[in-house]
Design a protein around this ligand. Structure first.
Ligand code: SF4
Length: 651
């Protein structure tokens, strides 16, 4: 086994945070190298601190390392200081577990959780010593794979990645390992790379871009069609039916240095059917699959004992929606041996599910930060995005929190939403000011941090047809809100760069031609584009011009109903006509109920795959508020006009 450690170690005193590169975490595997086994290098294309806690990566790491005929190690994007040292010393990308060179692995697989990391993906492939374009790599090179939420529009990276995985990776990685393992046994003979890619393309949930022809008519995409009759025209996502079968990670990694989400993370459910129309994660991860409460208790108990953490995060897309959340929280706090010192983080909270009961349970332990996401400042706007929470819901949750001893909280909002008007933006200021006033009834220290993001329409959502606001317009809205809250010292406003939202727009809904712009930005040093100190909108604009691509076409224009979208050949379970109808309902102001508790709308996520929601409770745990809204003029609760429940899917 080749270890690059003797060459890496002398470079570390010269770089920031050298602990990023040494591995040695509790839970890491350094004993798993097997020369005859199929090897994966699971790579997170951002810094170690961001990538280490990623649960998807840790789950696959454990699953692969349980196989006798495979093993997995991890890699993270080196920060720019180490990259410069590595290039100077001709040191390639390495695993942090055993410091083997990336090119010695059979598969380098990237986790794509944000579009702005795409240039880092190219940089890591290049640092591994491979050609960045997939068509120029040969039989001896590792296969380059990718998965994660952004893979649901794989086209912008299609020229650089050999295969993509759609959906839950737990089962499919095993099938990929079998095929690559068989290829390995043959010694990867000359000319066989295409054959193994062809075999991968026949696995459900795997997309191999080189097996598909793309046809354009001017700027318009006409089709993405398979080159072989045995390769599927539509790639179906993979979904694990029951989380109870996958109690992973069992051995969460405990880092030696500070990372984000540095606590025990236990996934309590996957999927969300609240139907927020801007939310890609909610749409593509349907249906809801709750983990049994007894398994959560066991994972918490064993995890705390093994890791020594004193904080547990119960993760999901909307944790307070979990059936019997109060009991799970109280069991966690009362975990034997912790003396009530364990604190709970509930990272994704809906205000209509955060009751005094939940607040009281959480506040029994050390209080962690509290974040709510009303998303929009007016009822009209929340109806359009289908986030059907009333002002009373928000104020109730805020009151619950302040009454149980919290002093500050964070509220997330979006701007640049479809049909947004200045009144909607100014409504944010009013909501937040009212929250501060409620807090001051309980404590003079009450404060609220507002986090404002620029809305980027995402594939596989009802808003995928919407033309994104230009950066100047987003900035104007930010300034409008700033001017309104500036004088209130109890409100702190933070906002996401409108320029970064524009670059995210280029990469999120781009077709295969956008790869040229990504490569252009990378070749001119544009890495770590998620980081404000490295982000440069002018470079993206220059890249689009140099590639002959129009920002207006890719980002700011509305799409037509019959337009072929770059991700139409990827099926996230949702029927396109369901999404279009939901887009029309949004514009007409219709809401859509949470199908966990109502008859099915036949969006396709369950019906297409013969699976169902897995929820313990037959009714909303906290009553929910779907079905009522607040009249802006009178402030009274009024019924929300909900879309009829007949199934509308089918194509
Ligand atoms: S198929 Fe029906 S029950 Fe399943 S997520 Fe879609 S609307 Fe809900």
């Amino acid at each position: 086994m080749t270890s690059l450690w003797p060459r890496l170690e002398p470079l570390l005193p010269r770089v920031e945070k050298p602990a990023r590169y040494i591995g040695c975490e509790d839970g890491a595997r350094t004993d798993i190298y097997k020369p005859e086994a199929t090897s994966w290098l699971l790579t997170y294309p951002d810094t170690y601190e961001i990538g280490l806690p990623n649960q998807g990566l840790q789950i696959l790491y454990e699953l692969l390392n349980e196989r006798p005929d495979a093993f997995a190690e991890r890699s993270y994007a080196p920060w720019t200081d180490l990259e410069a040292e590595m290039r100077r010393a001709r040191l390639p990308l390495f695993s942090v577990d055993t410091h083997r060179p990336a090119a010695e692995f059979d598969i380098i697989a990237f986790n794509l959780s944000a579009e702005l990391v795409y240039t880092n993906v190219l940089n890591c492939i290049d640092l591994a010593g491979l050609r960045v374009r997939a068509s120029e790599r040969d039989d001896s090179d590792p296969l380059v794979g990718a998965g994660g939420h952004c893979a649901y529009n794989p086209e912008p990276l299609a020229d650089f990645v050999d295969f993509f995985v759609m959906g839950d990776g737990e089962e499919v990685i095993s099938e990929i390992t079998d095929i690559v393992g068989a290829w390995r046994v043959t010694g990867k003979p000359s000319g066989s790379r295409d054959t193994v890619l062809h075999a991968l393309a026949r696995i459900d949930g795997v997309y191999v871009p080189s097996m598909y022809n793309v046809v354009y008519d001017g700027p318009k995409l006409v089709s993405v069609e398979p080159r072989h009759s045995d390769v599927p025209p539509i790639i179906q996502k993979r979904t694990v039916a029951d989380l109870a079968d996958w109690p992973y990670p069992r051995n969460q990694l405990v880092p030696l240095t500070e990372v984000v989400h540095d606590r025990l993370n236990v996934e309590v459910f996957r999927g969300c059917t609240r139907g927020c129309r801007f939310c890609q994660a909610g749409m593509i991860t349907r249906p809801v699959r709750e983990r049994p409460a007894s398994q959560i208790r066991e994972m918490v108990s064993k995890g705390l004992e093994r890791t020594g953490y004193d904080e547990v995060s119960l993760t999901s897309l909307s944790t307070a929606d979990f059936s019997d959340i109060e009991k799970v929280v109280s069991d966690t706090i009362d975990e034997p041996g912790t003396c009530g010192r364990v604190s709970i983080a509930l990272p994704s909270l809906r205000v209509d599910a955060f009751t005094v009961g939940v607040a009281a349970q959480v506040s029994r332990a050390r209080r962690t930060g509290l974040t709510f996401a009303p998303e929009a400042g007016s009822w009209r706007m929340r109806q359009i995005i289908n986030k059907l929470i009333t002002e009373d819901d928000l104020y109730g949750a805020v009151r619950s929190a302040y009454s149980q001893g919290w002093h500050r909280m964070k509220l997330y909002f979006l701007t640049g939403l479809p049909s947004e008007m200045d009144d909607d933006t100014l409504g944010i200021a009013e909501l937040v000011q009212n929250c501060v006033e409620i807090g001051q009834e309980y404590t003079k220290k009450a404060s609220v941090t507002v986090s404002l993001g620029g809305f980027v329409p995402k594939p596989h959502t009802p808003f995928q047809w919407f033309g994104q606001n230009e950066p100047e317009e987003l900035q104007r809205k930010v300034d409008l809100l700033r001017s309104k809250v500036r004088r209130n010292k109890r409100i702190q406003l933070k906002w996401h760069s409108p320029g970064a939202s524009t670059a995210e727009g280029i990469t999120s809904r781009g077709d295969r031609r956008i790869g040229r712009a990504i490569e252009y930005v990378w070749r001119r040093g544009g890495v770590f584009q998620e980081w404000s100190e490295h982000f440069d909108l002018a470079l993206w604009q220059e890249a689009m011009n140099a590639s002959g691509l129009s920002l207006e076409w890719y980002v700011h224009r509305h799409r037509e109903e019959d337009e072929v979208l770059p991700w139409d050949h990827i099926h996230a379970g949702l029927h396109k006509d369901f999404l279009w109808q939901d887009w029309q309902d949004a514009l007409a102001g219709y809401g859509l109920e949470d199908c966990r508790w109502t008859p099915c709308y036949d969006c396709g996520a369950c019906t297409e795959y013969g699976i169902e929601h897995v929820v313990a409770s037959p009714a909303p745990p906290n009553g929910g508020s779907q079905g009522t809204g607040q009249d802006l003029a009178t402030g009274h609760l009024v019924p929300v006009e909900l879309r009829p429940r007949a199934g509308i899917g089918g194509t």
